[in-house]
Design a protein around this ligand. Structure first.
Ligand SMILES: C[S@@+](CC[C@H](N)C(=O)[O-])C[C@H]1O[C@@H](n2cnc3c(N)ncnc32)[C@H](O)[C@@H]1O
Length: 445
């Protein structure tokens, strides 16, 4: 059934018939999809010490870019810079949607390549500073060979972002896949498989593991979400492999690369997040290295449906440090660019509740918090932030201010809400994420 060629024919057939994720290019006129792991501030913090200047010949490859979410977001952030993006995918149908999205947005610095990841080293595309490969390697005949092909076109100090399925978070999905393999005749066509799967889902008893878990997959498979493309991708894929934490380290090691960090979910990979002060927890964890602890955290939480992580060479990369007073604070996601309003709201005594993927943080509306948030402007160095905060809490000694600020910043960072960048010293320019230009209206110059 599978060829020994450089892609799997059934995988190509699926993504030609059902491009993923399904996207309507016309929606580019009203919204920009922003993926946290492709945010250049996040990448800069985790991998380049907050010092990377993306204007200087930066080259990004989106490998298995699908319908273009990452390509479009990267291209918007790099718009106007001396940078190049290559979007590669084996599905012509998926790539056409990505191309139309880029056309509507007026993004022209994207090179489109219809080819397989496995052929990358021979395509003459040059080397890349950043390779995004999300949701793809687990669909290859050999994830190891796929990663080796990516590594071969990575600059020595480059970084790869991978997203791979998680073993424990998707358990009930694999139960359902096994059931469907039993239930559906092997030679059934795509449309008929979808019809039969929907009929089976509707008939599942309440005790079924996928039915019990179904709330989490509703968007993926419902008509108001990813619909048939999502259903097929989740439950009917011809090639689907999952990874636990030890598998990830083995995969990275086989390619001669290091796992630099799990993107914006550091807390999720720490057993303490779940065990807290539970009796016996510290004895259980004592003496375990980071990899073992992360493996335990994955089993403890049981809900990591995917792993998103950066790969590179450990000796060439380090994260930005909260102990470097030249670093500035940059809020992420929906809070980015709203530091002043948040600061004003905290100054008025209002509490701030921040809900993230790994938990909820509460910030009291007090003078310290208000001055701190008001200065999370991606420009002011920490040294100055400490002074400005202290001016708001004159009773605090400088050491106390520093300790309090660092504690809050680390907590925000752990949950993916705050990153550091050395803005002043290196002239790193980042787009104003709150005001990314709307795409031009058709026919209007
Ligand atoms: C699940 S989609 C993910 C798309 C995109 N990376 C994202 O995160 O939205 C997988 C994509 O990988 C592409 N793909 C699968 N195997 C590939 C290969 N060997 N070479 C290039 N693209 C491949 C498929 O065509 C599909 O568009």
């Amino acid at each position: 059934m599978f060829s020994g060629g450089d892609f799997l024919p059934l995988v190509k057939e699926q993504y030609e018939a059902l491009p993923y994720p399904p996207r309507d290019p016309l929606r580019e006129r009203e919204r920009l999809i922003q993926r946290a792991s492709d945010n250049l501030i996040t990448l800069n913090h985790h991998c380049f010490g907050g010092r990377k200047d993306f204007r200087d010949g930066f080259r990004a490859l989106v490998a298995g870019g699908g319908t273009g979410d990452s390509t479009i977001y990267l291209a918007e952030q790099l718009r106007g810079f001396d940078a190049e993006i290559v979007h590669l995918d084996l599905s012509v149908a998926a790539m056409s949607i990505a191309q139309e999205r880029a056309r509507i947005r007026g993004l022209s610095d994207i090179r489109w390549v219809n080819a397989s990841i496995m052929g990358l080293p021979g395509l003459g595309l040059g080397e890349f500073d950043y390779i995004n490969c999300t949701g793809v390697l687990h669909h290859l005949e050999s994830s190891e060979a796929g990663l080796a092909a990516l590594r071969d076109v990575l600059r020595p100090d480059g970084v790869i972002l991978l997203m791979l399925y998680g073993r424990y978070g998707r358990r009930s999905v694999y139960d359902m896949q096994a059931l469907l393999r039993e239930h559906l005749p092997a030679d059934t066509g795509i449309a008929e498989k979808i019809r039969m799967t929907r009929a089976l889902l509707a008939a599942l008893p309440e005790t079924n593991s996928f039915r019990r878990d179904q709330g989490r997959w509703d968007y993926e498979i419902s008509a108001t979400g990813f619909g048939d493309a999502g259903l097929y991708d989740l439950l009917l894929h011809s090639q689907d492999r999952c990874f636990d934490v030890p598998d990830l380290y083995a995969l990275a090691g086989a390619a001669g690369l290091d796992i630099l960090c799990f993107v914006d979910r550091a807390a999720a990979y720490r057993p303490e997040t779940y065990l807290g002060a539970a009796a016996g927890a510290s004895a259980l964890l004592q003496g375990l290295d980071m990899q073992r602890r992360q493996a335990i955290a994955e089993i403890l939480t049981g809900d990591l449906i995917a792993h998103e992580f950066y790969l590179g060479r450990q000796d060439l990369h380090q994260p930005a440090s909260f102990d470097n007073d030249r670093n500035a604070l940059s809020l992420a996601g929906a809070m980015h660019g709203h530091h002043r309003e948040i600061g004003a709201s905290l100054a008025a005594g209002r509490k701030l509740t921040i809900t993230g993927r790994s938990g909820v943080l509460h910030m009291a509306g007090n003078p310290l918090n208000s001055a701190l948030f008001a200065n999370m402007d991606a420009v002011t160095p920490l040294a100055q932030v400490y002074e400005r905060v202290r001016a708001n809490v004159p009773d605090f000694l400088p050491d106390k201010v520093r300790a309090a600020v660092q504690e809050i910043c680390r907590a925000l960072h752990d949950q993916g809400h705050l990153y550091l960048l050395e803005a002043g010293a290196y002239g790193v320019k980042v787009p104003n994420y709150t005001r990314l230009p709307p795409p031009p209206l058709p026919g209007v110059k």
